[in-house]
Ligand binder design. Structure first.
Ligand SMILES: Cc1cc2nc3c(=O)[nH]c(=O)nc-3n(C[C@H](O)[C@H](O)[C@H](O)COP(=O)(O)OP(=O)(O)OC[C@H]3O[C@@H](n4cnc5c(N)ncnc54)[C@H](O)[C@@H]3O)c2cc1C
Length: 432
C-alpha cells in the first residue's frame, strides 16, 4: 500500500499490520521490526510512516465519560472530532486542542500537541491523567507522570517510538457556551505584533496570522486573534459539514504574485485596528477543517510545513531575520501562524519552549530544500528547534542541536528494547 501523510511528501510503500485484540497486537510486536503506529495521518511529514504501520483508527471507542468531573476514557484511535460530539453538548471541551479536530488521541499524545493557549495551559499531555501503552515485548504498562514517569516523558512527544498507546484518560475543561468572543487586532509591523501579544498575554487563547511576504516597514504585519468562551448557556453542537477540494490545483497557480495579492486583500478586508465578533468553536479552533483535502492546494507533488520555535529572549531578532530570508526568497504560503508559548514541560522531545513559534507551508519545488536548510541554520543560531510533527526533511545535526534531551531518549529506547521494533522514516533520518 502506498501511503503519505498530510503534506503528501514523502510517499512510501508500507504494509499495514492491523490488530483486533491486545493478544494479536502482542504477536505483531514480537514478530515484526521497523514498524510505527499510525493515527489519522495528520502529521505533515514522515513521523507516522515506515515499512510497516499499525493502523490505530479502528480502535475508536469512548470507554467512559465522567460528566460530573470532566474525565474522559477513550481508546487511542478515536478522533478529537468524534469526542467533541459527545462532550460539548454536556458542557465540556478539551483543555488543549490543536488547529485540527481530525487527529487521534494517540497522535495528540505522541506529538504532545499544543494549541492557541500554550501560554496559559501547556500541552495536551499536561492534561493526560494516564494512558495504557504496549511496549516492544508485549507488556502493557499504565503510565502517568507519577507511575512510570520516564516512560511518560519519553512517550509524550516521542512520535510513536516508545510503544503503542492503547487508551488514555484525559481531563476536560468546563464550558458554558459553544461560542467565543473573538477580538481581532490588526498590527502594522512585527514590533506592533509582539507588543500586542505581550499586552494580551493573559488572554485565554491567542494566535496571529502573519504576512511573511511583505518586506520593509510593514514586515511582520499581522491579525492577532484573541478568543474567550462566552457564558450564554448555548451548548448545541454537531461537527459542521465540510466541502472538499475536489482536485489538485495546478502547481504554477501558487506563486510569489498570487500569494502577495491574497495577503494584500486579506489585510485590507480586516478593516479597523480592533474588531470584535462572535464565532463558534469550529470557526475559532479549526478553520482549516472547513475544507476537506485542502492539502491539494499545493499540487500533486505536495508541500512541506515548516514550524520552528525560538526562545523568548531571541524571538524578536530571530523572527525578523528568518522572515526577511523568507520574504526575499518569495516562497511560502499565504499567511503564516505565529503563536506565543509559556514554559516548557519535562517531556524529552516535546516541541514547545517559552517563546514564539512560526508555521508556514512551502510548495515542493526544486529550490525549497536549500532554502529550508538555510532557515534551519538561522533557527539553531537563535537557540530554537523544529517541530517533528510537521517535519519531513530536517537533518540529524539540526535536530540534535534543538533537542538537548535526545541522548536520554535514545538511552531509554535502547535500555527498553524499543529501538529495533519502533522505527519511522523520520527516526531513521534523524537517528533516534
Ligand atoms: C490542519 C492541521 C493543523 C494542525 N495544527 C496543529 C497545532 O495547532 N498544534 C500541534 O501541536 N499540531 C498541529 N497539527 C499536527 C497534528 O496535531 C499532529 O501531527 C498529530 O500528531 C496528528 O495526529 P494523528 O492522529 O493524525 O497521527 P499521525 O499523523 O498518524 O501520527 C503522528 C505521530 O503519532 C504517533 N501515533 C499515532 N497514534 C499513536 C498511538 N496510538 N500510539 C503511539 N503513537 C501514536 C505516530 O507514530 C506518529 O509519530 C496540525 C495538523 C494539521 C493537518
Amino acid at each position: 500500500m502506498d501511503l503519505s501523510c498530510w503534506g503528501r511528501y514523502p510517499r512510501v510503500e508500507t504494509t499495514p499490520l492491523a490488530f483486533e485484540s491486545e493478544e494479536s497486537l502482542r504477536e505483531i510486536l514480537v514478530r515484526h521490526r521497523d514498524l510505527i503506529p499510525h493515527g489519522n495521518g495528520r502529521s505533515y511529514g514522515d513521523s507516522a510512516l515506515s515499512r510497516r504501520i499499525v493502523p490505530m483508527r479502528p480502535h475508536d471507542t469512548i470507554l467512559e465519560f465522567d460528566k460530573e468531573n470532566g474525565l474522559l476514557h477513550v481508546q487511542a484511535g478515536v478522533l478529537l472530532a468524534e469526542i467533541l460530539e459527545t462532550i460539548v453538548p454536556r458542557g465540556w471541551f478539551f483543555r488543549v486542542t490543536p488547529g485540527t479536530r481530525l487527529i487521534t488521541v494517540g497522535g495528540a499524545i505522541a506529538s504532545d500537541v499544543h494549541g492557541k493557549n500554550h501560554h496559559v495551559a501547556g500541552c495536551f499531555s499536561d492534561w493526560v491523567k494516564d494512558f495504557r501503552i504496549m511496549l516492544a515485548d508485549g507488556r502493557v504498562v499504565t503510565c502517568s507522570k507519577s507511575a512510570a514517569p520516564e516512560l511518560f516523558k519519553a512517550t509524550c512527544g516521542g512520535q510513536g517510538l516508545t510503544g503503542i498507546i492503547l487508551s488514555a484518560r484525559i481531563f476536560l475543561q468546563r464550558i458554558l457556551s459553544t461560542s467565543l468572543d473573538q477580538t481581532t487586532i490588526k498590527t502594522r509591523n512585527l514590533e506592533e505584533t509582539f507588543d500586542a501579544f505581550e499586552q494580551y498575554r493573559d488572554a485565554p487563547y491567542s494566535v496571529a496570522w502573519i504576512d511573511c511576504q511583505t518586506r520593509g516597514k510593514a514586515m511582520g504585519r499581522s491579525l492577532l486573534m484573541l478568543g474567550d468562551f462566552r457564558k450564554d448557556g448555548n451548548l448545541r453542537y454537531r461537527n459542521p459539514p465540510r466541502r472538499n477540494l475536489p482536485f489538485d490545483l495546478p502547481g504554477p497557480l501558487l506563486n510569489r504574485w498570487t500569494v502577495k495579492a491574497f495577503n494584500n486583500l486579506y489585510f485590507a478586508r480586516a478593516g479597523e485596528r480592533v474588531s470584535r465578533r462572535r464565532v463558534d468553536i469550529d470557526t475559532f479552533f479549526y478553520p482549516l477543517d472547513a475544507i476537506g483535502h485542502w492539502n491539494r492546494l499545493y499540487g500533486r507533488k505536495g508541500f512541506l510545513q515548516y514550524q520552528f520555535i525560538l526562545p523568548r529572549a531571541h524571538s524578536y531578532d530571530g523572527l525578523a531575520h528568518i522572515m526577511r530570508a523568507i520574504a526575499t526568497s518569495g516562497k511560502g504560503s499565504f499567511l503564516a501562524v505565529l503563536k506565543l508559548y509559556g514554559p516548557a514541560n519535562q517531556n524529552w522531545l516535546s516541541f514547545p519552549m517559552e517563546g514564539y513559534s512560526l508555521a508556514l507551508d512551502f510548495k515542493i519545488d526544486r529550490d525549497i530544500f536549500s532554502l529550508l536548510n538555510k532557515l534551519d541554520s538561522l533557527v539553531v543560531r537563535y537557540g530554537g528547534r523544529i517541530y517533528l510533527a510537521k517535519d519531513a526533511r530536517v537533518s540529524r545535526e539540526i535536530f540534535e542541536t534543538g533537542y538537548p534531551d535526545i541522548d536520554t531518549f535514545r538511552t531509554f529506547r535502547k535500555d527498553n528494547g524499543l529501538e529495533q521494533v519502533f522505527q519511522s522514516l523520520q527516526s531513521q533520518r534523524v537517528g533516534i
